[in-house]
Ligand binder design. Structure first.
Ligand code: FAD
Length: 509
């Protein structure tokens, strides 16, 4: 689009909601620009528990609309992105003295039946004295329930939405902050500032979508100049990652004495992910860090169940995120609604801003469709709903076809280590072939940075996924940060800085 042209939509924020909306809108034919002030998924969307789930516990808060919609999305999203989303079974030990067994059964009955489950297996009861799931736990639990949900690589879900949005015509601008937006006539004049170079530019747009997650009110107040008091409640949640606590592929759902629950989930083959917490948060979302109290809480809660306690010294990584929950006035943070609310601001005749409050990773596609309903009413219709059956980049293989895809990759690239082939299909699906190209030997993939990570893969991340720093690569595009030593990470960082500079100078010439 040329300098003076007017976009239909400028989306503020490159988390799951902003990228999901940009993708849906671009696919319908709207002209879209998305600005993300840091890296994609650098906010809440890489800090989740990474479940595509109905949210069993939300049934206790009567969130039937949300649970039903989220349950239905599990199989839709799994089919759309079988490389980064897959089914997982969860073991919920029955703990005498906490929720009665009949209540758990009732919840799981609803879970099995209200959400259009087709392929995911139903709930079953386990005898924990004989089932392998009982082995890593204290011998206190004789019975458990096992049910289905799905797992997602949250940061990659964001990237794939951004990549697809761009492929469908959206202008995607990472490391670009929206610093102000003014209504001028029938359009917004939006000021953008590169957070890399400080360079300032402006674009015009018929409407804004404020998908700034936990920054949504800051954007409303500071960028748009509108006050929207107390619409969002910021709730911190943290996770710890420890070396693998158990061999079983199933995850655990533990009930805590305080009425909350935590998960212990098999993570990146060699680790266990434990979380999460819920506490009100009042600072800048970018500064969120796990607190000592949260570490103690998660270690204690998991140690109530595992025979071998979870200790601080077992922790290899932690991460925290801030939930941007719609403020429904609930007294406890854990009870605030997880549903999303879309609000249009703008008097008749004025260019509007659509503000997004709340939402889950799981419901991002439905949230984007709901946002499109608003866009259609504000800008007029273009295209129609299309994302339900559209695969995300690299996800064009059958939902249960992961092992077959790995086998095919190994047949075509027999020099790859098996674990590298598995990792590449998980991250990139069929797109892995685009950077493996005609390679016949490891040397054809350029420098080896360790752990099966090659220069060819890095170049793909820089050229096609906007990676610019070692952190982008090690913690969001991949999770190799769990495996790289400090020296390996430093070597990668030096290489990326040089590669990004080189591309910058070539572009300037
Ligand atoms: P974000 O991902 O935070 O994106 C907003 C973006 O806006 C940021 O990247 C930010 O940099 C950018 N931005 C802000 N201001 C500007 C500006 N002025 N200019 C340009 N860019 C700007 N959901 C699930 O479905 N399953 C789960 O298991 C799950 N677990 C969770 C566990 C925890 C601990 C937390 C915190 C959340 C969890 N969620 C889960 C919820 C889910 O992670 C969030 O609802 C979702 O990630 C919010 O996405 P978002 O796009 O709204 O926000």
């Amino acid at each position: 689009m040329s300098g003076d042209a007017v976009h239909d939509i400028v989306v503020i924020g490159g988390g799951i909601n902003g990228t999901g909306i940009a993708r849906d809108a671009a696919g319908r034919g709207y002209s879209v620009l998305l600005a993300e002030m840091n890296d994609f998924a650098s906010g809440t969307s890489s800090g989740s528990t990474k479940l595509i789930h109905g949210g069993l516990r939300y049934l206790e808060h009567y969130e039937f609309r949300l649970v039903r919609e989220a349950l239905k999305e599990r199989e839709v999203l799994w089919h759309n992105a079988p490389h980064i989303i897959w089914p997982m079974r969860f073991v919920l030990p029955h703990n005498d003295g906490l929720r009665p067994a009949w209540l758990l059964r009732l919840g799981l009955f609803l879970y099995d039946h209200i959400g259009g489950r087709k392929l995911l297996p139903p709930t079953r009861t386990l005898d924990m004295r004989s089932d392998a799931a009982g082995r890593p736990l204290k011998p206190l639990f004789s019975r458990a329930f096992e049910y289905s949900d799905c797992w997602v690589d949250d940061a990659r879900l964001v990237i794939l939405n951004a990549v697809d949005a761009q492929a469908r015509g959206a202008v995607i601008k990472p490391r670009t902050a929206v610093t102000s937006a003014r209504r001028e006539g029938d359009a917004w004049t939006v000021s953008l500032r590169s957070t890399l170079t400080g360079e300032v530019s402006t674009v015009r747009s018929r409407m804004l979508v404020n998908a700034a997650g936990p920054w949504v009110e800051r954007v409303l107040g500071g960028v748009v100049g509108r006050n929207h008091p107390h619409a969002v409640r910021l709730v911190q949640g943290s996770h710890i990652v420890v070396r693998r606590k158990f061999d079983d592929p199933r995850a655990y759902f533990f009930q805590n004495r305080d009425g909350r629950i935590i998960f212990a989930i098999p993570y990146e083959d060699d680790f266990t992910l434990i979380g999460t917490t819920d506490q009100d948060y009042h600072g800048d979302p970018k500064d969120v860090r796990i607190s000592d109290g949260e570490i103690a809480y998660l270690c204690d809660a998991a140690s109530e169940y595992f025979a071998e306690p979870v200790k601080r010294e077992d922790i290899v990584w932690t991460y925290s995120g801030v939930r941007p929950l719609y403020d429904d006035g609930a007294s406890k943070a854990q009870e605030a609604t997880r549903d999303y609310v879309l609000k249009v601001d703008g008097r008749s005749g004025e260019p509007p801003v659509l503000n997004i409050f709340g939402g889950k990773i799981t419901t991002y596609r439905k949230l984007a469709e709901a946002a499109m309903d608003k866009v259609v009413s504000l800008l007029g219709a273009k295209g129609r709903e299309w994302t339900h059956d559209a695969t995300l980049p690299g996800g064009d293989f059958p939902a249960d076809g992961y092992e077959a895809e790995v086998a095919r990759l190994l047949a075509d690239y027999p020099f790859l280590e098996r674990k590298t082939a598995r990792r590449l299909i998980r991250l990139y699906g069929t797109t892995a072939r685009s950077f493996l190209g005609q390679a016949k030997a490891p040397a054809d993939l350029g420098r080896d940075f360790g752990h099966g990570f090659s220069e060819a893969e890095l170049n793909h991340l820089i050229d096609h996924e906007w990676a610019m720093t070692a952190e982008d690569v090690l913690w969001r595009r991949t999770k190799l940060g769990l495996r790289f030593s400090a020296e390996e990470a430093a070597a990668l960082s030096n290489h990326i800085n040089a590669a990004v500079d080189r591309r910058g100078s070539e572009a300037a010439e």
